[in-house]
Design a protein. Structure first.
Length: 74
């Protein structure tokens, strides 16, 4: 996985240099693609959150039971 804070500046510079070489028509395509990626990322985060909520609900019965009461007090 890419370290976001460390690699971002280098990637930004590389992408900007490449963008400057494109004609306006292609820049519009790039913008559309970036919008698509942003929306997809938001959708994936939403799905991950929803899955986590479902897991929490499902495991509540396992986590909250009389046998585990002593462990809850630790």
């Amino acid at each position: 996985m890419i370290e976001e804070t460390h690699m971002t500046k280098g990637y930004e510079q590389t992408i900007l240099e490449k963008l400057r070489q494109l004609p306006p028509k292609r820049l519009a395509e790039v913008e559309d693609f970036v919008d698509f990626l942003v929306h997809r990322e938001a959708d994936e985060r939403g799905l991950t959150h929803a899955a986590g909520q479902l897991a929490t609900t499902a495991f509540t019965r396992v986590w909250d039971n009389p046998a585990d009461t002593d462990y809850d007090r630790l």
